[in-house]
Design a protein. Sequence first.
Lengths: 318, 318
Amino acid sequence: MKALYLENTVLELRDVELPKPADNQALVKVKMAGICNTDIELVKGYMGFNGILGHEFVGVVEESSQPELIGKRVCGEINLGCGRCDYCSKGLSRHCPNRSVLGIVNQAGVFAEYMAIPNENLQIVPDSISNEAAVFVEPIAAAFEILEQVHIQPDQRIAVIGDGKLGLLICQVLKLTCAELILVGKHESKLELARSFGINAIPKDKQILEKFDIVVEASGSPSGFSTAMSLVRPRGTFVLKSTFASNLEINAAPIVIDEINIVGSRCGQFKPAIRALEQNQIQTSPLVDSVYPFEKVLEAFERAKSPGTLKVLLQLDD
Amino acid sequence: MKALYLENTVLELRDVELPKPADNQALVKVKMAGICNTDIELVKGYMGFNGILGHEFVGVVEESSQPELIGKRVCGEINLGCGRCDYCSKGLSRHCPNRSVLGIVNQAGVFAEYMAIPNENLQIVPDSISNEAAVFVEPIAAAFEILEQVHIQPDQRIAVIGDGKLGLLICQVLKLTCAELILVGKHESKLELARSFGINAIPKDKQILEKFDIVVEASGSPSGFSTAMSLVRPRGTFVLKSTFASNLEINAAPIVIDEINIVGSRCGQFKPAIRALEQNQIQTSPLVDSVYPFEKVLEAFERAKSPGTLKVLLQLDD
């Protein structure tokens, strides 16, 4: 089968063997996949990953030891826990110390015609959700993770820093709390898009005098980190969503003096994300920049890498 | 009266006018005061403070519009809120954006024969607590602040990094949770002292393989910060107690990947600290390095500045 292979920071479309699913796994024919900023970081050498890239996908189960899954359209949680440790036993396999992660850590990813994945990682996608939308389940789940970690009260004030793909999804999810919400970003076209979602979107060079109960950093830039920190009220919460590849230089004194709570936030559970899409709570189609056929995956990566690009999708099968 | 004045990073024992308490304030004759690491940072220029230094004290009320306070032995909360803002109305005057802070921000401190302080900041010291112990109420309250901010469960595992004055108080306070507790430090004599309090104290060069639910950084050194971060389990809590005068360079990726919760922690409420001393839950006398008469305050500062020194106290009045 065809697969996009990353080896020593070089991407190549290769012919590889079909994956052989283990007893507890399903063989999934990938229909559509999404390129995430993490994929772009991985190509630069982040995590030192070599193998088939990709973790955002929707596909159809062709083989499985759970016959009720066969023929079903599915997406899948990306962390594969050991199933035996304390984290796994508490439903937190995404923090299993021995986990592998699809296309990120010790596990073949989804930019391939077929992939193998544990049955228990799969979630069936309701018919009302298109493939183009289902590919967003993983990043929407990452946005919902904030609500799993932080109790946001409806009378609070939230600022999201960063108008990229993740920031725009986070805004749509946090808007569901009906808390007062602003987005601070630097791309006028994306701020305009956010406004079309009913979000109060503000350019980053506009001075903001208020402080916020909760500030979410999703810009991925050190300057975004500083902006975010300056907007948190004393005893407020700073949610760190961006992964910074390089070290950050921070002034830690305000964290202590103002007793700021910093919450690192990564992957979330898929079920709330699927429900939100089913209920039409989240708009994804305006976030799609382009759809490339799989044979043009290298072009798709070039497109995804250019600054300010929204979501680039890969079409593997109709 | 005599007072220790800080001006442009120079300390001087000066003759100054007696403070004139406002209507809501008391005039307190200072009996004993403690030198804190923050005082030493202030002398280096931290916060740009000029004025009478000092914030840890015990004294006797000589004048007050609340007659029931006169003649009482008291200690006092160091943050003076505006009394009108949202923080003050929630009992969080220590986060009032317009606050002054005794001997730290826009407010004369306690290294003086007399001081003025709002009546509402005063707490009466029970007779069973000596002056030498009462001076520790402020830093013990800062240790209890951790328990106000973080729900520590008795089956959890805690590591405290830093065996200085604050670390040794924090250990004694956190020991009350009966959680599993270790102290990591670099001074064998202080680790030995911690062991005499029944605390499992470990030298920092000993390899620690376990991870902890809660890690408290109280070392004040960048290497302590890194050690602390490496010991937090995924989804664990990192309590930042040290104020770092200079910027810190941090690798933020593990905060996101492991979804660490960083909690900045500063001043606490005095009542639990007073109760703990009354109940003999905290030992303070082994933490006293020396007691200097007030006229030798400059010598006392030299002593307090030398690395590894425990608490240096100033005797102002018998």
